[in-house]
Design a protein around this ligand. Structure first.
Ligand SMILES: [Ca+2]
Ligand SMILES: [Ca+2]
Length: 230
């Protein structure tokens, strides 16, 4: 009787944790369904690139850029830095500048709010493609208004097909949430120093993977079931 009671308490605790993890995983919409569920600012569309359904964010103005830079995809202009861009991303004006000489000028952002459990791991794939030649543009990943990862156009040195310029190639990033609760995740790309040399962020496969069988074992669910049934 005593063993059964302890087992039940442990199971409820573990199941609650799993429920929260599943919540975080289930609320991240795939870009296979367009931008449904996400909030976009600036030039943001979706597409299939390198086998991934991705959001495509550019720094291209719809009318003020020309030649290879004129690749605005949506008809919406990038948000202006020094106010609108930072307000939308949830960071203080100037928060995307490197320093007083290297300042963000305009950019595009996509963001999502969700609830996570402590220990949840977010994973995503991103690639930066660019025509940039001065003042390295960059893509960024933010959590609750803090930039936690960046991807510089200086890494985009590989010739790529299509209109988006040279690329670095896709890489996968993992980020662990250290505390439970509501969070806002933000992906963006900014022009730096000047407005030309369009840079494009492609981001996809944004997931919080479901807990594995190994994790279930660590949480004690499998052994506890066996003990209860014994
Ligand atoms: Ca630049
Ligand atoms: Ca631009």
């Amino acid at each position: 009787m005593k063993l059964s009671k302890i087992s039940s308490i442990c199971f409820v605790t573990a199941a609650t944790g799993l429920s929260m993890m599943a919540n975080a995983a289930s609320v991240i919409p795939s870009f296979q369904n367009g931008l449904a569920g996400w909030t976009a600012g600036g030039d943001v569309t979706t597409g299939l690139h390198s086998g991934r359904h991705v959001a495509v964010l550019t720094t291209a103005h719809s009318t003020l850029e020309s030649g290879a830079d004129a690749i605005n995809q949506s008809g919406f202009d990038p948000l202006v830095a020094g106010g609108d861009l930072e307000d939308f991303a949830g960071i203080a004006p100037g928060g995307l500048d490197r320093d007083v000489l290297e300042q963000a000028t305009e950019g595009s952002v996509v963001k999502l709010g969700m609830t996570v459990a402590a220990g949840d791991v977010l994973k995503f794939d991103w690639n930066l493609r660019t025509h940039d030649s001065m003042g390295a543009d960059y893509a960024f990943f933010m959590v609750n208004g803090v930039v936690v990862n960046t991807f510089s156009s200086a890494l985009s040195v590989n010739v790529a097909n299509g209109v988006f310029g040279n690329e670095a190639g896709f890489s996968t990033v993992s980020y662990e949430f250290t505390s439970a609760g509501p969070v806002e995740i933000v992906f963006g790309v900014v022009d730096m120093t000047d407005y030309v040399g369009t840079s494009t962020l492609m981001v996809g496969n944004v997931v919080v993977p479901e807990p594995s069988a190994a994790l279930l074992g660590v949480l004690g669910i499998i052994p506890l079931f066996r003990r209860r049934r014994a």
